[in-house]
Design a binder for this molecule. Structure first.
Ligand SMILES: Nc1ncnc2c1ncn2[C@@H]1O[C@H](COP(=O)(O)OP(=O)(O)O)[C@@H](O)[C@H]1O
Ligand SMILES: [Mg+2]
Length: 265
C-alpha cells in the first residue's frame, strides 16, 4: 500500500446488473498530485469515479478515501468522508431552472448549517475563483460551454474538497477553452494543494496537467499506473499506441494513417 495515497482502490470489482465492468482493479492516487485516467470508451473510467465517490457500491474489493474504507462506514460517516471529494460530472449536471449561484448553494445547504450571508460569501468567492464573478445571477442555459464547465467546477469546489474528480472536463470544448480549464485545474492544485483526478483522452491536456497517468484497458484492467514520463516510455502496446497517437487495436501488420503520412515520399 502506498502510504502517500489519498485514495486507494483495492481488488475492486464492480458493474451493473450482471455486467462486470471493473475486474479486480487495484490502483493508488497520490496525494497532492494530478492523475489523469486514460482508456477507451466504455472501459470503465466513469464507473471507477462512481465507486470512488460512493455512487456505486462495489461487488467486491474496497475504496479507501483518506484512510477510511467507504464500505465500512455508517451512512453519516460516509457522507462526511464524501464531502471531502468533489465531482465534476461528465455532463456538467447543473440544474437549468435555477441560477448559477443557486446551483452552487445546493451542496452547502445539504452539507452545512452555515448562515445565509456566509453561504452567499462562499458562493461569491468560488465564482471569482473560476472567473465567473459576474455570472451568478444567470441561468446555466445562458452560459457558453466553457463557462458552464467552470460553473460546475465552482460547485464541485464549494465544500473545499481535498480531492477533485473531473470526468472528461474538456469534452466538447474548443482547444483554447480546454486549455483555460487545464490552467484552472493546475491553479487549484498549486493554490490549495488539491489532489485532482481527471478522466481525459486529450494528449495536450495530459501533457499540460498530469503528474501521473492511470491507463485502463478493456474489461477495466490496469495497463499502466505511474508518472507521466514512465507512461510515455511504457511498452504495453495500447499505452505505447496511445502516446504515439496511433489507432489502437488494429490487426498486426496494419499501418496507421500516421505511419503512412510520415513515410518519406
Ligand atoms: N448505469 C449503467 N447501467 C448499465 N450499464 C452501464 C451504466 N453505466 C455504464 N454502463 C456500462 O458500463 C461500461 C463502462 O461504462 P463507463 O464507466 O461509463 O465507461 P467510460 O467512462 O470508460 O467510457 C459501458 O459498457 C457502459 O455501457
Ligand atoms: Mg465516461
Amino acid at each position: 500500500m502506498n502510504g502517500d495515497a489519498i485514495i486507494s482502490v483495492r481488488n475492486l470489482t464492480a458493474g451493473y446488473g450482471d455486467r462486470k465492468v471493473l475486474d479486480d482493479l487495484s490502483v493508488d492516487f497520490p496525494r497532492g498530485r494530478v492523475t489523469t485516467i486514460v482508456g477507451g470508451s466504455g472501459c470503465g473510467k466513469s464507473t471507477l469515479l462512481k465507486c470512488i465517490v460512493g455512487l456505486l457500491t462495489p461487488w467486491s474489493g474496497s475504496v479507501t478515501v483518506d484512510g477510511r474504507v467507504l464500505t465500512d462506514l455508517s451512512e453519516e460517516a460516509l457522507a462526511s468522508a464524501l464531502a471531502r471529494v468533489g465531482l465534476l460530472f461528465q455532463a456538467g449536471a447543473m440544474l437549468n431552472s435555477i441560477t448559477v449561484s443557486e446551483n452552487i448553494v445546493l451542496p452547502l445547504s445539504v452539507h452545512t448549517t452555515l448562515p445565509r450571508p456566509v453561504i452567499d460569501e462562499i458562493v461569491r468567492l468560488k465564482l471569482d475563483l473560476v472567473g465567473l464573478g459576474h455570472a451568478g445571477a444567470m441561468l446555466p442555459s445562458e452560459l457558453s460551454g466553457g463557462m458552464r464547465k467552470r460553473a460546475a467546477l465552482a460547485r464541485a469546489m464549494v465544500l473545499d474538497p481535498d480531492v477533485l474528480l473531473c470526468d472528461e472536463p474538456s469534452a466538447g470544448l474548443d482547444p483554447q477553452t480546454a486549455a483555460d480549464l487545464d490552467a484552472l485545474i493546475l491553479r487549484l492544485k498549486r493554490t490549495f494543494h488539491m489532489t485532482v483526478i481527471v478522466v481525459t483522452h486529450e494528449l495536450a491536456s495530459i501533457d499540460a496537467i498530469a503528474d501521473d497517468v492511470v491507463f485502463l484497458g478493456r474489461g477495466g484492467t490496469l495497463h499502466f499506473a505511474g508518472p507521466l514520463a514512465d507512461a510515455k516510455a511504457c511498452t504495453h502496446p495500447a499505452v505505447a499506441d496511445f502516446f504515439a497517437r496511433r489507432m489502437p487495436d488494429m490487426p498486426a501488420g496494419t499501418r496507421s494513417l500516421l505511419d503512412v503520412l510520415e513515410e518519406p515520399a
